[in-house]
Design a protein around this ligand. Structure first.
Ligand code: G3I
Length: 302
């Protein structure tokens, strides 16, 4: 197969990209994205600050622009994200306690109702664990509403759209030896044991010199899958885009039957949130980089 999406589809997987609504008028961008990917994650357009800028007043214009472009071009869509400490609208940042908890529930219900039946996955909760060796939850206004906020979010989400796979999504949980990885693993295990509705775990996979790719990533993917959840690589980018690392990540996903697919966090290096690291598969001129060739080869060989 000659495209990333087509190559991934041979094993029933997808290969997606984060898409920014502001770039949909750029023909070079849409021609690459339209050709290569069969899944789309809105980079910012379905986050709380975008979808509920004022409390109780939902805004789906930007999210719908990305969604409609995706569907018109034959792509599935992952929703990102419903409950997060970051990119909250100002009114939400100022809430706490029961009022914030209720606002979180209302937000999940409002956004998921709009996209009900349309999205294959939702990142219900994003980045709820702390970095470093503590294995603790990240301090945030949501966490201060009580430790059960994550399971409340998932139960709310299941009721709001029973057709979407509900994911927990985080970074620095790719390395099996890291405390943060083990903490998320324990939470997912507990949720499965207690019947909290969770279907998938998203491994963002923002690899760089401080958080490098490690060959035990496939152990992590396999171990989570063994708990009875699907896994996905949700925001892949790699500092310097080494071809070997990209191929390794593709092979890690291919080695785990429950790995649903891979999403890269942008199209060209110049579209990346870390553009100075040139971390993506296409250069600023839209040319395929060596990492592109290596991923395509891995997908076609798998
Ligand atoms: O919307 C404003 C716009 O009005 C203004 O003109 C412009 C000026 O800089 O800023 C725009 O907002 C920016 C937004 O991206 C849209 O471009 C924000 O300042 C900027 O902070 C925001 O960055 C996003 C970041 O999340 C924020 O947390 C990145 O694009 C996005 O790639 C990044 O994505 C996150 C995932 O959601 C979660 N995992 C980590 C990943 C990388 O940080």
């Amino acid at each position: 197969e000659g495209t990333l999406g087509g190559a991934a589809a041979q094993s029933g997987r997808y290969f997606g990209a984060a898409i920014a609504s502001g770039r949909l008028g750029d023909g070079a961008y849409t021609s690459i994205a339209g050709r290569e990917f069969n899944s789309v994650t809105p980079e910012n357009e379905m986050k709380p600050d975008a979808t509920e800028p004022q409390q109780g007043r939902f805004s789906f214009a930007a999210g719908d622009r990305v969604y409609n472009w995706a569907v018109q071009n034959g792509k599935q869509v992952r929703g990102h994200t419903l409950a997060w400490h970051s990119q909250q609208p100002g009114w939400m940042q100022n809430l706490g306690g029961g009022a914030l908890r209720q606002a979180m529930v209302n937000h999940i219900n409002g956004v998921m109702a709009h996209y009900k039946g349309k999205l294959v996955q939702w990142d219900v909760v994003n980045e709820a664990f702390a970095d470093g060796s503590s294995g603790a939850r990240r301090d945030s206004n949501l966490q201060r509403t009580g430790n059960d906020w994550i399971e409340v979010a998932f139960r709310t989400a299941r009721a709001a759209d029973p057709g979407a796979k509900l994911c927990y999504n985080d970074y620095n949980i790719e390395n099996w030896t890291w405390a943060k990885t083990q903490a998320v693993y324990s939470m997912v295990k507990d949720f499965k044991q207690r019947g909290v509705p969770i279907d998938c775990v998203g491994f963002q996979s923002h690899f760089n010199n401080d958080s490098p790719y490690d060959g035990n990533f496939r152990t992590t993917l396999r171990s989570f899958a063994a708990l009875g959840v699907d896994v996905a690589v949700t925001e892949l980018d790699v500092q310097g885009a080494p071809a070997t690392t990209y191929a390794n990540v593709a092979n890690d996903c291919l080695s785990v039957p429950r790995c649903l697919g891979i999403t890269v966090w942008g199209v060209r290096d110049t579209d990346s949130w870390r553009s100075e690291q040139s971390p993506l598969l296409f250069d600023g001129n839209g040319n395929k980089k060596p990492a592109y060739t290596s991923v395509l080869g891995a997908l076609n060989a798998g």
